[in-house]
Design a protein around this ligand. Structure first.
Ligand SMILES: Cc1cc2nc3c(=O)[nH]c(=O)nc-3n(C[C@H](O)[C@H](O)[C@H](O)COP(=O)(O)OP(=O)(O)OC[C@H]3O[C@@H](n4cnc5c(N)ncnc54)[C@H](O)[C@@H]3O)c2cc1C
Length: 253
């Protein structure tokens, strides 16, 4: 079957395998040693494409949550959107989240994604405590800043080339509201854009929408949006259609 990622190019004829358990993955690995993982295909280009693809989306159980620390343990195929659906109403949010929530936790680790709070909080790896990684020989090892730390660093942003991320422990952050108190500032040129960035650098979220058609003195003019979570106590969140396993998890939690 022909498979592509975001942008729909290139399309590569691929044999697709699905894994929900490590034993299944091991069997696939024994048969094919030229595999790459496909999370939710939201990466640009061909990073998740190969002749043999293993889809991680079926490996998607929530394993544990520690209310006292915000430490969440999930299998790598869990989507960020699923985490938000469950945890926002309880006053928790992803510490780092990119411009789409439709990605897997494994994909977030592999691309070490960044969000609009990059200037304060860095990339996704900053909220990762540890993960389990299946190496090409089928061995599963734990990686953290203390254990197999070189592999931990190489896997965060390693685009799936160090092995297959099996499950991940991430810290969520506390929120008191789903609302963001924000301002939007219009700048006239690049110099002003940088000045406004400096001025609002203490805001949790900061992003510029640059007018790429502006030229000469107007080069770099943009709309900057700066904001931080409100503390108005409004945690009302319309979760999208929930899946059965999410309801099971909620029942347990
Ligand atoms: C609309 C849109 C907005 C975006 N905004 C941002 C943004 O603001 N910031 C940002 O950083 N990125 C952004 N991205 C990019 C996106 O967040 C990343 O490409 C992300 O990695 C996609 O995750 P995925 O689960 O879809 O993985 P895929 O696209 O399927 O795979 C991406 C890479 O991760 C590897 N991978 C996936 N799962 C695993 C696993 N379990 N183990 C090992 N390797 C694995 C794949 O092999 C591949 O190399 C955006 C993308 C879109 C479409």
């Amino acid at each position: 079957m022909s498979l592509s990622s975001w942008g729909n190019y290139p399309k590569i004829k691929s044999k697709i395998f699905k894994f929900d358990k490590c034993s299944t993955l091991l069997n696939i690995l024994n048969e094919h040693n030229d595999l790459i993982v496909y999370g939710n295909g939201r990466s640009y280009g061909d990073s998740a494409l190969s002749r043999n693809i293993v889809k991680s989306k079926y490996h998607n159980y929530f394993l544990n949550f520690e209310e006292s620390t915000g430490l969440l343990h999930v299998q790598a195929g869990v989507m960020l959107s699923d985490i938000l659906d469950i945890f926002i109403p309880k006053g928790w949010f992803l510490a780092i989240t990119p411009g789409t929530k439709l990605i897997t936790v494994g994909g977030a680790v592999a691309s070490d994604v960044h969000g609009k709070n990059h200037h304060l909080n860095g990339c996704f790896s900053e909220c990762v405590k540890a993960f389990k990684l299946m190496l090409s020989n089928g061995e599963i090892i734990k990686c953290s800043r203390q254990e197999n730390s070189e592999l931990f660093k190489a896997t965060c942003g390693g685009m799936g080339l160090t092995g297959i991320v099996i499950d991940v422990e991430i810290f969520l952050k506390r929120i008191e509201s789903t609302n963001i108190s924000q301002v939007t500032i219009k700048t006239a040129n690049l110099k002003e854009t940088f000045e406004v960035f400096e001025e609002y650098a203490n805001k949790e979220y900061l992003v510029a929408w640059i007018d790429c058609l502006a030229k000469d003195k107007k080069l770099g003019k943009c709309l900057i949006t700066a904001g931080s979570f409100s503390n108005d106590g409004d945690l009302d969140y319309q979760a999208e259609k929930r899946k059965k396993y999410l309801l099971i998890f909620l029942h347990l939690y």
